[in-house]
Ligand binder design. Structure first.
Ligand code: SAM
Length: 327
């Protein structure tokens, strides 16, 4: 059985995220403790008949109690259940005491999607409610479910999103990096040349970047980051919401030299800061831009120059427009 949904895991058990003040019972100058201790409260799972449609249900990425009440309602009441891995969903339902009531969980994943979709679409066409879960986190986000959701919508079924855990967003919120503008890149290509091209392209964009990476490849990806921008603040967030949750920050060069990176275990998200405002040598920028503008459109020349000099595309484009007007 996979440990996808861990009954016991959570930051409370590890204290991983506690500050010294937390462990000491809070900062003396901080808020007063409540006048009575917290009591156990009953969470109510609904058993009402669901409206027809496809329900895309987010599930925990570690701590099983990260499930939402609405997700439990839907898993309890849906006519048909489908999952990327049927055992993982079964285990999650067992943890939360949700009975199958004679329902079968259909398997739906990347390798059987074309074969499995018709049965789920037929259930929807008959007015049924279908709940779909991937192994962990939000379905469709680097996970199966896209074609199912699209085909269901095209067939006229109502598609409902049940938001919840997401490794990308959990890592972003812990990263300490700006969260007002970010880009989720999924998994980078596994081969070096393709990965370098991919990283070079996206690292020039003025946004925080979120990447999924295999723990075995984090080291190589850090080496590639160093080739492009060794000073880029990089965060490696692993095993989020689980017992060994860890968030490691530093420049790409610092992390590449960190011996922990060679033996990382578990699931990993990498978060990269946006490019820093580099001191621009304007003469050099103009020289590069004019060189490209001799053979390219202003837009293409700006893109090339931005990539070459590691500068924000928008700023370089403004400069290129100025040069074009001057000529
Ligand atoms: N759909 C999922 C979501 O919304 O979080 C992501 C599924 S994707 C196939 C699996 C990848 O997500 C892992 O390889 C890892 O990069 C990231 N991931 C999933 N759970 C994680 C966790 N608990 N801690 C860190 N990264 C995690």
């Amino acid at each position: 059985m996979t440990d996808r949904h861990d009954e016991n895991a959570g930051p409370d058990r590890t204290g991983a995220n506690q500050t010294a003040a937390d462990r000491a019972g809070g900062d003396r100058a901080g808020p007063r403790p409540p006048s009575e201790p917290a009591r156990r409260l009953g969470a109510h799972v609904e058993a009402a008949r669901l409206a027809p449609g496809l329900y895309l249900v987010a599930t925990p990425i570690g701590a099983a109690r990260d499930i939402t009440l609405r997700a439990l309602d839907v898993l309890n009441s849906a006519d048909q259940l489908a999952a990327e891995d049927t055992r993982v969903l079964r285990h999650l339902m067992d943890i939360h005491g949700i009975p199958l009531r004679g329902r079968r969980i259909l398997s739906y994943h990347d390798h059987n999607g074309d074969r499995a979709r018709p049965a789920l679409l037929a259930a929807l066409a008959e007015g049924g409610s279908v709940a779909y879960c991937s192994d962990a986190g939000t379905p469709l986000v680097a996970d199966p479910g896209y074609r199912l959701a699209l085909d269901a919508a095209l067939a006229g079924a109502r598609v409902h999103a049940l938001p919840g855990p997401s490794a990308a967003l959990a890592a972003l919120t812990l990263s300490g990096l700006p969260s007002d503008r970010f880009l989720f890149l999924g998994f980078p290509p596994p081969t070096k040349a393709a990965r370098l091209t991919f990283l070079r392209r996206w690292m020039a964009v003025d946004v925080t970047l979120i990447l999924f990476e295999s723990p075995r490849r984090v080291n190589r990806t850090l080496e590639d980051l160093c080739e492009i921008d060794a000073n880029r603040i990089t965060v490696v967030a692993r095993e989020l919401t689980k017992k060994f949750e860890e968030v490691i920050r530093g420049t790409a060069a610092e992390l590449a030299a960190d011996p922990r990176m060679a033996t990382l275990k578990g699931e990993v998200v990498m978060v990269l800061d946006r490019p820093s405002a580099v001191e621009v040598d304007e003469d050099r920028l103009d020289q590069v831009l004019l060189g490209h503008m001799a053979t390219m459109s202003v837009k293409d020349a700006a893109r090339e120059a931005a990539q070459e000099l590691g500068l924000p595309k928008r700023d370089v484009y403004q400069r290129a427009l100025g040069l074009a007007e001057r000529d």
